[in-house]
Design a binder for this molecule. Structure first.
Ligand code: ZN
Length: 366
């Protein structure tokens, strides 16, 4: 029997076998189709696994060749959209578990349909070389997703899919994480945590939307109740907050625009951008320190440098230090944003900078 090894990842799953100090937290780097070039620039100290959409699995081979673990997210929720929906691309429709031209209604599936789906969903990842297998995550059917996770776990156990793939030179053991895709304001967090405690998975990927406090409660709850690693995904700017607090991992990738850690966000407006780089120089080396990066290549290098820098801070072994660092940075970002006339930090940061203060700020600025 596998025994839960504590609140953080014990290695082998999120970080690929290299540098696998137990208890280290890490980033799962989300690489879009055009982001292949970013892989060589990733910091192996904080990134062990690369994630990409199953439908754009072109990067899969590159990631595995370069020694990264691989998560291929199927995005099962897209199949709940109408067949003509723009997100259902031709490559998505071609996935083995997608019923082409049909809207998936998992809530109405029979036991047999659920089983077939869960197995096909896992097999599609195995076939494409994934090492961190995930269960399907749908919208609005949290209970059904728990059942599908159970079925996927049974399949993985029955077929011994945790064993390394035949011919995998690195002999990476696969793991299975449950995708917990929820709107945290629409579910009973305690009930959901309870439902997952008996599912035989190695960890969880929480794709949650809603209030940050409730997201963090779900992450903490799953971690404490199961003793298994919990990864946050799709958490927007709060990936580094969850990670700093002790989540085992965070799925994070490049966003739009020019990011600057001094304001904990991206800036679109050209004049403000210039003022920002005058006020807070950038040491990334991809551009002149006191002027913003220009063009796709410079911007990507700059944004990636910030992502890796923030990942290292968030993954400091001591969560107390990681949180202290982030708290200081949030306070500085608050001041910098005021000086530049930027919108206040998103309300979720009040976990760090204080709710009352934030409110007074809003009133004063009105
Ligand atoms: Zn820079």
């Amino acid at each position: 029997m596998r025994r839960p090894s504590g609140w953080r990842t014990s290695g082998g799953c999120i970080k690929i076998p290299r540098v696998n100090e137990s208890g280290r937290r890490s980033v799962i780097w989300w690489a879009g189709e055009r982001d292949g070039v970013t892989l060589p620039a990733l910091d192996r100290e904080v990134v062990g696994t690369v994630a990409t959409a199953q439908a754009d699995a072109a990067l899969a081979g590159v990631a595995r060749r370069d020694g990264f673990g691989l998560l291929l997210e199927g995005e099962a929720w897209k199949a709940q959209l109408g067949p003509g929906h723009g997100l259902r691309t031709a490559s998505f429709e071609a996935l083995e578990w997608v019923r082409a031209g049909e809207r998936h209604a998992p809530e109405a599936w029979s036991a047999g349909e659920c089983e077939d789906f869960a197995e096909a969903y896992v097999d599609a990842q195995v076939r494409r070389g994934a090492t961190l297998l995930v269960t399907p995550g749908h919208d609005g059917v949290a209970r059904r997703d728990v059942e599908l996770a159970e079925l996927a776990a049974e399949h993985v156990r029955a077929k011994a899919l945790r064993e390394p793939a035949a011919g995998d030179a690195r002999a990476v053991r696969r793991e299975l994480y449950a995708s917990v895709r929820v709107r945290v304001d629409r579910v009973d967090v305690a009930e959901l945590v309870d439902a997952y405690t008996s599912v035989d998975v190695d960890g969880f990927v929480v794709w949650a939307s809603g209030e940050v406090e409730r997201l963090l409660a779900l992450v903490d709850g799953l971690g404490v109740a199961t003793g298994r690693p919990v990864v946050v995904a799709g958490a927007g700017p709060f990936w580094q907050l969850a990670l700093s607090r002790g989540a085992a991992g965070a799925v994070h990738g490049l966003g739009d625009g020019v990011y600057h850690g001094a304001v904990l966000g991206s800036v679109g407006d050209e004049v403000t951008l210039r003022r920002l780089f005058m006020l807070r120089n950038c040491d990334c080396g991809a551009h002149d320190a006191s002027t913003p990066p220009r063009g796709d290549e410079e911007i990507r290098a700059h944004d990636l440098w910030w992502a890796m820098k923030e990942a290292r801070w968030a993954c400091l072994p001591d969560t107390g230090r990681a949180m202290f660092t982030l708290t200081l940075r949030a306070a500085a970002a608050k001041t910098n944003r005021e000086r530049l006339g930027l919108a206040p930090l998103e309300s979720g940061w009040r976990v760090l900078v204080g709710e009352d203060e934030e409110r007074a700020e809003d009133d004063g600025g009105a």
